[in-house]
Design a binder for this molecule. Sequence first.
Ligand code: CA
Length: 233
Amino acid sequence: MTSPTHDCTPEILLIEDDPMIGNSLLRALNDEGIGVEWQRDGQGGEQALRTCQYGMILLDLGLPRRSGMELLQQLRGSGNTTPLLIITARDEVDDRVRGLEAGADDYVVKPFGMMELMARIRAVLRRTARNDVQVIGNGEISLNLQTREVSYRGKTLLLPAREFALLHILIDNPGTIHSREQLETRLYEWNREVTRNAVDVLIYYLRKKFDNDIIRNIRGVGWMVLKHPTPPH
Ligand code: CA
């Protein structure tokens, strides 16, 4: 199996022949906004793996037309390290051990609690997303999510957590105006202490450290960073 070269839209590949389990997984994942491609046998799974690079694979071991174990061995043998969770029946202890030895990251035993499974899936997706994306930006401002360094017009600074969080919120949706209330709410969600005038103070510091233009004020509405900044003259 050669490694696929391009990412595909669904984050998760589900390979499962049991229609009830497949349907409930599909529903639960879609409810979370996670895209799923569902293959119902080993051959379909193999084909999908050849075509796409997924964020994660959920693999049933007992599959028609190629076992899950064969797929797993082939996948890891080809150097593909996509996070993989085995879905297995309670009496397949040997298979679970063999699966982990063959390179599965984790397993769940049928019947499994959907909430626990979802939490584990989310954790894996968060981990891999962090590994993939370390620097985000709008072409002018760039944020390193690992080091908390911000670069703007040739100047790079390590920012305190709250200033970094504010800039991160703005840069996630460049070109969108955020009101003070929206920014305060988001800062609060980020588990940062939000005091009165917090947004104004943080923006004041950011502008002082870089340049007034780093954050644009739309009078009476809120603040934004540009979506397509033009280089300074
Ligand atoms: Ca099965």
